[in-house]
Design a protein around this ligand. Structure first.
Ligand code: NAD
Length: 298
């Protein structure tokens, strides 16, 4: 298949790489030229660069995947005279894997449907490690028949491909999951900091938590305490990974969605305030596990 890929950041680059490794031909676009050049150099002859989303859309592609930071970026890439929808032919299928609010996902998908284009929302979980290993979970919203028709392409980038229901429901699942992740990361950070400040070795403490009832993904796969795990952001100065500002964005999405459903989310709201504090202190660009620095002595 000839696939367009827009948004080659921490997640998009490894996802695009996995599609290339699976034998697909890619046309790519990102505002950051260095990310484009890196893939062009890594996969000569299998990937080409488009100068804009509009020109990428005119390339007669089977599928376009977007992996962008937030709803405003998705709107700017899809809508308006320079956007994808204005230039694609009806045969091109659209998959947005960015994490955005369900409402925007539904709006863009219904505009696509009105002009005859299939669109699926397919946010992911599994982090940059999962993107590199091709083991992401995809939470997919849209028509069930379209999900089954396009499921195979997700398997090149992920391991668990889950149909969540109508358009926007992939984003609903993602918002609930990430609110829990934000909360559990703060809980893990708090518990690790308490144990270490009271005299425990962080690796031994993590080992106990990970074989006890406190175990969670934040403790056993992405532990925020430096030196406990190799190859995670906490062991490389909280670089790479999932930015604290992106977690703040997701907690904001959860708060907005909860308001519309009149659903109380007290711990989600507290987590949002803590990430807001962390961001205000100038740390929004660090991986979200760096929230542990709120609890540790400098
Ligand atoms: P990122 O900031 O590393 O990458 C986003 C990319 O989009 C950047 O390369 C940026 O230049 C590009 N971009 C922005 N606006 C653009 C535009 N108008 N046209 C073309 N390119 C544009 O973000 P990321 O970590 O890759 O995350 C992407 C999405 O995936 C976010 O919605 C995030 O919430 C979600 N997500 C991230 C992780 C993670 O661990 N990083 C995990 C799950 C989900």
């Amino acid at each position: 298949m000839k696939i367009g890929f827009i948004g080659l950041g921490n997640m998009g680059s490894p996802m695009a790489s996995n599609l290339l490794k699976a034998g697909h031909e890619l046309v790519i676009f990102d505002l950051v030229q260095a990310s484009v050049h890196k893939l062009l150099q890594q996969y000569p002859g299998k990937v080409s660069a488009a100068p804009s989303p509009k020109l990428l859309a005119q390339g007669g592609l089977d599928l376009i995947i977007t992996m962008l930071p937030a709803a405003q970026h998705v709107k700017s890439v899809y809508l308006g005279g320079e956007g994808l929808l204005a230039s694609i032919t009806p045969k091109t299928v659209l998959i947005d894997s960015s994490t955005i609010d369900p409402q925007t996902a539904r709006e863009v998908a219904s505009l696509a449907a009105a002009q005859g284009n299939v669109m699926l929302d397919a946010p992911v979980s599994g982090g940059t490690g999962g993107a590199e290993a091709g083991t992401l979970t995809f939470m997919v919203g849209g028509a069930e028949s379209d999900f089954h028709q396009w499921k195979d392409v997700f398997t090149k980038m992920g391991k668990n491909i889950v149909y969540c229901g109508a358009s926007g429901n992939g984003q609903v699942a993602k918002v609930a999951n990430n609110m829990l992740l934000g909360i559990s990361m703060i809980g893990t950070a708090e518990a690790m900091s308490l144990g270490v400040s009271l005299g425990m070795d962080p690796k031994i403490l993590a080992g106990i938590i990970n074989t006890s009832s406190g175990r969670c993904w934040s403790s056993d796969t992405y532990n925020p305490y430096p030196g406990v795990l190799e190859n995670v952001p906490s062991s490389r100065g909280y670089t790479g990974g999932f930015g604290a500002d992106l977690m703040l964005k997701d907690l904001g999405l959860a708060a907005e969605a909860a308001k519309s459903a009149k659903q109380p989310i007290p711990l989600g709201s507290l987590a949002q305030q803590m990430y807001q504090t962390f961001s205000l202190q100038g740390h929004g660009g660090l991986d979200f596990s760096a929230i542990i620095n709120l609890f540790r002595k400098k």
